[in-house]
Design a binder for this molecule. Structure first.
Ligand code: ADP
Ligand code: ZN
Length: 220
């Protein structure tokens, strides 16, 4: 089964994706993580991606589609995948449909996480990620703090703030989302595979609660 995580930055896509990845035994594929890995390794692709990501702009479609196409050829995706952060444009969604059709697959479910701008900005400001590329655990200094400040509970590595989680970039990421990615909501609604889920700390409904509901109601 192929699941897509939609939703503005810091709505909890990664959290929901990692829980579902374990319970459905299919890999979580995050284009943001793939780009960050390339940046860390200092590759040409990494340098190119960084020039867009650091400003809160989207990496060009050709580049992004190519890395997803290659990733979906790997054997661990034979039973499906959870795409976390892809597609982000109509062009990417159309190309994804073509790639999946050529593998006799299709998008089965699209989870759209919705949250207020106020909560999104707060979550981004408080987000800390594990610096260990093989761990990638995500914490929140207020909502989900690590046991020891600045240290990952899972692997003991240092926690860091993502370079693009700063006030200036956040605003641009939100408007990029509105402009380029939100049209995908209608694209998938028309296909009848969209599931909208609200994420709100005020209402006591976080990514983990959404994931549990989806586990309960989607039996594969
Ligand atoms: P978030 O959802 O919090 O913004 P991501 O890790 O998904 O975090 O994305 C970080 C950045 O990586 C984006 O702002 C964008 O620059 C780039 N990126 C990730 N996925 C894509 C994509 N599908 N198309 C274009 N750019 C992408
Ligand atoms: Zn860790």
């Amino acid at each position: 089964m192929i699941i897509i995580m939609l939703g503005a930055p810091a709505t909890g896509k990664g959290t929901v994706a990692s829980i579902l990845s374990e319970s459905f035994s299919i890999p979580q594929i995050s284009t943001g993580d793939m780009f960050r890995e390339q940046i860390k390794q200092g590759t040409e692709l990494g340098k190119l991606a960084d020039s867009y990501m650091s400003k809160g702009n989207l990496v060009p479609d050709e580049v992004t589609i190519k890395i997803i196409e290659e990733r979906l050829q790997q054997n661990d995706t034979k039973n499906g995948a959870i795409l976390d952060g892809f597609p982000r444009t109509i062009k990417q969604a159309e190309e994804l449909d073509k790639i999946l059709t050529s593998h006799n697959k299709q998008v089965d479910l699209v989870i759209d996480l919705v949250s207020s701008e106020e909560e999104i900005i707060e979550r981004m400001a408080n987000r800390r990620v594990c610096s260990n590329q093989n761990c990638k655990a995500v914490f929140n200094t207020v909502l989900n703090p690590p046991k020891q400040e600045g240290i990952c509970d899972k692997c003991g590595s240092d926690l860091i703030k993502r370079k693009d989680d700063n006030v200036e970039t956040i605003k641009n990421r939100l408007s990029t989302y509105e402009q380029n990615t939100s049209p995908l909501v209608d694209y998938y609604k028309q296909k009848g595979i969209l599931r909208v889920e609200e994420v709100s700390q005020k209402k006591g409904r976080m990514g983990i609660d959404v994931a549990k509901d989806i586990e309960r109601t989607c039996k594969w």
